[in-house]
Design a protein around this ligand. Structure first.
Ligand code: NAD
Length: 249
């Protein structure tokens, strides 16, 4: 098992069709003790129970620093260490530049970008004391190609911000054996795209992808396990494209 006895936190992991839950499931199968963090309405406790015994679900809002700190402290109390953080929580909004309000901008950037900073800040002191850790940040192909599928320009900006933040943290914490990497998923069939794309539109998009299909949540989960595991001990500051070849650059 790749993650035997490791402790992993996954934000936004309660949606059973989402990337976060698929990652939680695969990490648990690889021997990790998993903490699923999510908003109360997403019911992280019920999601964690689906993983089996020995995992926990915690209500946490990544836009709230105190909430992130409380969740990290609860994980430490339950499991005694924190090896991996997956910054997965994110929301999108399909609008054009001229339609973005200040409130939209705040909402979208707060979850992906501020949330990535706050949760990372909450676990880094523990990783520092362990002199080991891996943080995986879920960005998006939208950051690289300039959106154009689902999210508005503020979503692209938030996800591009995640790339910059993760790279800078990777540089800062590398000497302490804490690795920080990003994954840029292509279009993955989860609840985030539900009702936003017709079946015809999805088929049209699949035709433009070299691997000829949309991604599955498990495609991203595999990449997260790789970046959390000893298979990637010399990777930090990288951006791992998991997009079926949608963007080859
Ligand atoms: P999803 O909607 O199933 O998952 C997002 C989760 O984040 C939900 O469980 C939601 O409750 C949670 N969340 C929202 N606000 C939160 C907050 N303030 N605090 C804590 N949790 C919060 O969607 P998904 O497709 O699984 O998305 C997961 C991540 O992957 C997101 O960051 C998304 O932007 C990114 N992504 C998705 C795709 C895709 O095509 N599905 C592509 C690229 C990137």
């Amino acid at each position: 098992m790749l993650l035997k006895d490791q402790v992993a936190i996954i934000t936004g992991g309660a949606g059973v069709n989402g990337l976060g839950f698929a990652t939680a499931r695969l990490m648990a199968a690889q021997g990790a003790k998993v903490a699923i963090l999510d908003l109360e309405r997403a019911d992280p406790v019920a999601a964690a129970a689906q993983l089996g015994a020995g995992h926990i679900g915690l209500v946490a809002d990544v836009t709230d620093k105190a909430s992130c700190e409380a969740a990290a402290a609860a994980v430490l109390k339950a499991f005694g260490r924190i090896d991996t953080l997956v910054n997965n929580a994110g929301i999108t909004q399909p609008v054009k530049t001229l339609e973005i309000t200040g409130a939209d901008y705040d909402r979208i950037l707060d979850v992906s970008l501020r949330g990535t900073l706050y949760m990372s800040q909450a676990v880094l002191p523990t990783m520092r004391s362990q002199q080991s850790g891996s943080i995986v940040c879920i960005s998006s192909v939208s950051a690289q190609r300039g959106g154009g599928i689902l999210g508005g320009p503020h979503y692209s900006a938030a996800k591009a911000g995640v790339l910059g933040l993760a790279r800078a943290m990777a540089r800062e914490f590398g000497p302490e054996n804490i690795r920080i990497n990003c994954i840029t998923p292509g279009l993955i069939g989860t609840d985030i795209i539900k009702g936003k794309l017709t079946e015809e539109k999805k088929a049209e998009i699949a035709e433009t992808i070299p691997l000829a299909r949309l991604g599955r949540a498990d495609d991203i989960a595999g990449a997260c396990v790789f970046l959390a595991s000893p298979l990637s001990t010399y990777c930090t500051g990288i951006t791992l494209d998991v997009n079926g070849g949608m963007l080859i650059h």
